[in-house]
Ligand binder design. Sequence first.
Ligand code: FPP
Length: 267
Amino acid sequence: MNMNLQAPGMSELQDRIDKLDLSRLPRHVAMIMDGNGRWANAKGLDRSVGHYEGVKSVRRATELSSDLGIDYLTLYAFSTENWNRPQKEVDILMHLIGMAIEQETPDLVKNNVHLRLIGDIERMPKEAWDRLHACELATAHCDGLTLTLALSYSGRRELTRVARLIAEEVAAGKLNPADITEQTLAAHLFTHDMPDPDLLIRTGGEERISNYLLWQTAYSELYFTPVLWPDFEKAAYLDALIDYQRRERRFGKTGAQIKETLNTTES
Ligand code: FPP
């Protein structure tokens, strides 16, 4: 893949792209966007400025994922626990997310990006929900990158919802408890029609999952970076992808077994 090398910073991007094996990119990248508040505090600014800057990183991550041909990008935009933040910050975030998505909708359509939402979306304020829903509808026909925003999302709540849905099917006599398998659970997740994330990136220096995609990340490669989300440039994203490609994904098998499978599929 060649990018316009005249633009500033492009040669450092091209150097990194040259290191990537474009045939072995992750199909699904999930991200925990952390560090907006600290980024702003370090500059003596209000936390909200960090969130505004964070939107630019969302744009960059979406653009690069789409340009590279990654199929799914799933961003943790607002957790269930985030409702406990000061009301003013919650209001600003809700407004910002709605406005940003509304503004980006024409570009998302132009770039064939399909917006999806997961989480307790009905808890979103109407103003934000209307804008998000309008973008979902406007991009429904797009079959390039699927950009999923996890909003009012909690992995444990998602799994609790799955348990409730399955219990209802059992109670209605539609499902025999003995027939419940891992596939049954997976089929009831918000992400039932997506592959599990191959790579989970968390910015901001903390090294935890924070209730994100608990079922789906069982075999994801985890990548933690101290870079704060507003500073997460395309180069930093490419570094994560290069690191991912150095790893061997064994899914519980031995390294020798994995090499053997690769040899058979390649020959
Ligand atoms: C975590 O940083 C970030 C959030 C809770 C919000 C993330 C939201 C955005 C970047 C805007 C998203 C916009 C769209 C269009 C999806 P933090 O506030 O926890 O930072 P801290 O850990 O430094 O306090």
